[in-house]
Design a protein around this ligand. Sequence first.
Ligand code: KIV
Ligand code: ZN
Length: 517
Amino acid sequence: MTENRVLIFDTTLRDGEQAAGASMTIEEKLAVAQQLERLKVDVIEAGFAASSPGDFQAIRTIAERVRGPIICSLARANPNDVDQAAEAVKPAASSRIHVFISSSDVHLMHQLRKGREEVMDMAVSMVKRAKRYVEDVEFSPMDATRTLPEYLYAMLTATIDAGATTVNIPDTVGYAIPEEFAQLIRNIFENVPNIHKARVSVHCHNDLGLSVSNSLAAVKAGVRQVEVCVNGIGERAGNASLEEVVMGIHTRRDFFELHTGVETTQLYRTSRLVSEITGFLVQPNKAVVGANAFRHASGIHQDGLLKERTTFEIMNPTSVGVPGSAIVLGKLSGRAGLRARLEELGFHLSQEHLNQTFQAFKDLADKKREVTDRDLEALMAEQRRTVSEAQTYRLDQVQVSCGDHIIPTATVRIIGPNEEVLGDTATGTGPVDAVCNAISRVVPVPNKLVEFSVQSITEGLDAVGDVTIRIQSGGKSYVGRGVSTDIIVASARAYMNALNRVLAITGAQAAGKGTGS
Ligand code: KIV
Ligand code: ZN
């Protein structure tokens, strides 16, 4: 394959969501998919249809609502998985089924407990089955980097003959080293006789911190699809980070002589959305999208930058959509100013949504002298959470008394699923504990709070507090986020958000909606 476009296959909603604690509601998955559409990725792996009714429904909703990218579902090499994947992606304008099976001896022996010949037959027959439904079929030999090369070549040859249009080489356990991985790719081009009939892809995990390096080494060796996740989330240490792979190819066009179709100015916004939904905060020094990625602290660097930006910046922050902070809004700002600033940040609101947002903005501006871009992003995130259809219980009021001479006591008023007004009072070891106890008395979700953190969105005592709460319920971990200038209110919102997400995610699983069976 000699073409010079590298396809970006995003698996945030499948491999990314597999990360412990990254579960998303269907509504949240749709919001991420719509943002990936704006980002112009080529393929969205929207889930693993046979893994749960909730996953099936999410893929189907995305297939119905998202145009542009190819919508893909993962499937193990068995008939039920392939049939479910086909049913889930059916409404898509362009669809793909991604069939996978392990190929390394260690997996065959201990996990599948099957011989090489049987596994080869399963791979071939399931690619053929997928081909009955869609033209676009991807095949992955799982744990390819620890597979006997001759067996890998034979499996790729056979699955391409069976109709696979993309063959993906997963470094499932993040074991590869860039030079060695590039050599494996070159060997595949040399030893798989029909390789020119398929697109070659890679899927690298980050166990040794090499997922982006391995992906880029493979691109240089000739692959023309890379599988990535926003912010590098995914199983264990994650997958190759979308923004780093894309900006690597983009910034070093001189070296790769290749391009992607990604709208890079949407990278920052995509990163923020995924971080906000999953509760996985982006480390400040994260390449491309971290808060410090374009901050220059050293005097020498600042001096160079003032003379000529390229002295110390290889990427222009505007090229990845990092918002400038020149305009700061305040309580005298009007609706038009707010709309203009939000549009610059990529939020395009209807008149009704703008009116609601303006009210929330005014409330914030009354408490805070300056409303920055980061405050506006947090406000929009809070709006998205509070108007979400997945919000079964709504926090109406919270009141807390605390101090060093009284027992912290909280009273909450909550609107229930049928608009009924509910309320209760509880004590706790501190104000946050008291609030969570009071909410727990009203919202029937058994859970254990396992993580609580507060971040200040901007500097200063009047800063907005951004609370992340993680709870464990039914053996799974769920995140909740909440923002307010009052951190007790932010905590109450975050806890409510986590409980509502448990209800939305487990409700979709239990409902078994749209299994097609
Ligand atoms: O890591 C892996 O091998 C996978 C496959 C399903 C492609 O995620
Ligand atoms: Zn993976």
